[in-house]
Design a protein around this ligand. Structure first.
Ligand code: GLU
Ligand code: ZN
Length: 281
């Protein structure tokens, strides 16, 4: 059975781009007689506003979607802790005490997620006075797994190459897991068979596939959909003048009709679907 999910972070209100993402995931599941899950990804420390989860549910209902909600990430911290412990025991995590400013001051090597961390702390003694983040030693991990492949429904089979991220953080200084670790574990725990999300997270799937192999998790398929962008090639955001779904709902707009237009590819004026932001993936 196909199981898809929509996994918003309650860091701000949902926009049309989120609506599109939820509709794609919902419809892929419904078309196959499968299940569509909602998971609130609320471990983003100070940025997370749990009260937004209620708004998200009202937004999805307004769009005419039906879903099963699975437990929010904040209730699953022990599983993240256990997985990080397992990777540490395999010798694949190392503590990093670099600040963002320190990393940015290094000669830049740009990757999928911004500047690539050059591995400064990999072989350095760890300063116990500074709280560390824990990074995955990508080269060591790849040496353990050997070559891996992941499959996207639209892009086909892709050889895993997580080096474009450098040694990613799996356990943050200020949170029990990073997005990469938490989302990968949760998709496995929730029985997700088709990870459905925007092209902006395409490259993250290299890391997730690697983590799945290291932890012996089931391997889903992926469906990365196009992104809804504005005239400047940016994702929609309130600060760029795009009303949130809650704004539209409260203004009395018909959410089901809006969902149907998005399904048919009729985007509101000035908006379009694109494989990437600003023409760069
Ligand atoms: N929580 C992530 C976000 O809101 C999405 C994660 C995912 O779909 O894998 O951007
Ligand atoms: Zn470091």
């Amino acid at each position: 059975m196909i199981v898809t999910r929509f996994a918003p972070s309650p860091n701000g209100p949902l926009h049309l781009g989120h609506a599109y993402s939820a509709i794609v995931a919902h419809d892929l599941a419904r078309a196959a007689g499968g299940r569509f899950l909602l998971r609130i990804e609320d471990i983003d420390g100070a940025r997370s506003r749990p009260e937004l989860a209620g708004e998200f549910r009202r937004d999805l209902e307004w769009l005419g979607l039906e879903w099963e909600e699975v437990p929010a990430q904040s209730t699953r911290l022990e599983s993240y802790e256990a997985a990080a412990g397992q990777l540490a025991a395999m010798g694949l995590l190392y503590p990093c005490t670099c600040t963002r400013a320190e990393i940015e001051a290094l000669p830049p090597r740009m990757g999928a997620d911004g500047a690539i961390y050059p591995g400064t702390c990999r072989d350095a003694a760890h300063d116990p006075s500074r709280p560390p983040a824990w990074r995955l030693d990508i080269a060591a991990a790849m040496a353990q797994t050997g070559p891996l492949v992941w499959k996207d429904e639209r892009a086909g089979a892709i050889a895993v190459d997580p080096r474009q991220f450098g040694d990613v953080v799996l356990k943050r200084k200020d949170a029990p897991a990073s997005y990469h670790l938490a989302a990968t574990l949760d998709d496995a725990a929730d029985g997700v068979t088709l990870v459905t999300r925007g092209m902006d997270l395409f490259a993250a799937s290299h890391v997730h596939r690697l983590v799945q192999d290291l932890l012996g998790l089931p391997v889903p398929g992926w469906h990365h959909h196009d992104l809804l962008i504005d005239e400047g090639g940016q994702k929609l955001a309130k600060r760029r003048g795009s009303p949130s779904l809650a704004d539209r709902r409260e203004a009395g707009e018909d959410g089901r009709a809006l969902a149907d237009r998005l399904r048919m590819g009729e985007m509101p004026s000035g908006l379009r679907l694109s494989q990437s932001l600003n023409g760069v993936a």
